[in-house]
Design a protein around this ligand. Sequence first.
Ligand SMILES: [Fe+2]
Ligand SMILES: [Fe+2]
Length: 213
Amino acid sequence: MTTDDASGLTDEFLAAREEELAGRVSPRRLEHIRGVAATAARLARAYGVDERKAYAAGLLHDWDKGYDDEGIRQRARDLGLEERLGPWLVEHMPQVLHAYTAAEALGRAFPEIPADVLRAIDRHTVAAEDMGPLDMVLYVADALEPGRRFGRIDELRAAEGEVGLEELFFLTYEYWVYLLLERRRLMHPDTIRIWNTYVARRASRKGSDRDRS
Ligand SMILES: [Fe+2]
Ligand SMILES: [Fe+2]
């Protein structure tokens, strides 16, 4: 059974998961996770998204980040995800798999986690063409949490609250695509499709802004 209801995300539930995380990931990763949870809650407040769901998504998004490459490949196979993800992705992009395995494993273990929280976790590495507000909040929070330092982060941080959530997501996504190119990393086959979708939506958004003014 799946739910969209956040009432199962009690303080006790979240505190217990946080305690378990300490045994699953490194102290440094746990700091990142706490930063993402706090940032996601702040973004949720600013953009009218359910704050408790955003906090939970932030807290749980890197649930499987403690595995090494071979470990996460095996976990994806064990969870039966290879068919959905395709063998190419499992073999060549182990760095993105923790999102899919976390959503699947958490959904099985904890039915009280709402379906939209699991979806946001599932999409936090590669994103998707139809990102919802909660998905965008987690994606942006993962990049903007206080421990992150990278070239344009100040520009992105300054945009928080100044631009709409979709624009903030677009700016964050743009930066990650740029980084993949700069670092000559593999790109997920969906990345170009997602990019094109948001470029087109942005162009029509700007067009309708112009029409109104
Ligand atoms: Fe992650
Ligand atoms: Fe993360």
